[in-house]
Write a protein that binds this ligand. Sequence first.
Ligand code: NAD
Ligand code: GLY
Length: 357
Amino acid sequence: MQTLHVALGERSYPIHIGPGLLGQPDLLSPYIRGRQVMLVTNETVAPLYLNKVKASLSAFQVDTVVLPDGEVYKTLDTVNLIFDQLLEKRHNRTTTLIALGGGVIGDMVGFAAATYQRGVDFIQIPTTLLAQVDSSVGGKTGVNHTLGKNMIGAFHQPRCVLADTTVLKTLPTRELSAGIAEVIKYGLICDQSFFAWLQMHTKDLLACDDTALGYAIKRSCLAKAEVVAEDEREGGIRAILNLGHTFGHAIETHEGYGNWLHGEAVAVGMLMAVDLSIRLGWLDASELEVLRRLLEQAKLPVTSPTDMMPEDFLKYMAVDKKVVDGSLRLVLLEAVGKAIVTSDFSHDALLATLKSI
Ligand code: NAD
Ligand code: GLY
């Protein structure tokens, strides 16, 4: 097991990464302050891993909520089901919520923890690659609105993140690929050598090779932990973690939540960001092909949905959280491994990118 730390003063927490971590009581109990635990998962993950986690919590009063599975259920109505159980089972302010699942469960449980009785503890047990490298770390929690992705939420840090790489063996390949998109993101925004490593090892990640997965998760979490420690509430630098996301969120919202996976939409969004960076003269034209090949290797899409016109993108992008005073800001690349947040692009260049990808 390897342990990284997210350094946030009194809200600091560990990220444990390794095979076979689920079911080890000693890894969870130090982060549970009271006697009560609400373990939240979904219908797909419950039959696979719920009992194992529950068995490791025998020292506590454990109640469970099994939610429906899918991005389409990442809503306030679904979060309300968690509140129903917390109140019915009389959970008090010292309760700890545990999110067992992918990013959808993690985001909703985190939001429930941020708001139940004005804030209680929670622990992340991410079970998808995407959640292990990104969504479980950093404290962004929330739900979707029909008019925009992740538009309702709160910052609320977990007390601990437990990333058991063994659980990735049951993940469908399409979901593994979606997670690889976020891994590629870290190479592009802050680590050129990791980006080069990915060109050699993406096939190992797809084959669920433990060593490759362990390295990629560790490298990704390290990058995320550093950025979050510097800018927890996204006043500045943290926005670079959203490379490709402004385009990607537009795809997810337009196509209907769940039809394009988050990572798939981000993959196309990253191509758009690279394309625009090339148009601005910041990147060499060859980088577009390098990224396209890598995404194809990872079995990710490389063109935007056929039913989506540039004006559709512009409509959704106008409500992005990075819009300030009506001005759209995007995460672009000054070089591979060096991202910036900028509004320094012309509408014509953006339009040309939207048309070409
Ligand atoms: P997901 O949570 O929908 O999980 C994908 C699918 O895999 C689901 O069907 C799930 O039930 C299933 N699953 C999960 N673990 C499994 C396992 N071990 N074996 C078999 N099946 C398993 O999707 P995701 O990609 O994990 O997360 C996407 C969500 O994360 C989006 O809503 C996105 O907005 C959010 N996100 C949040 C942040 C953040 O910082 N909070 C960052 C990135 C993404
Ligand atoms: N996934 C973007 C962030 O956590 O800031």
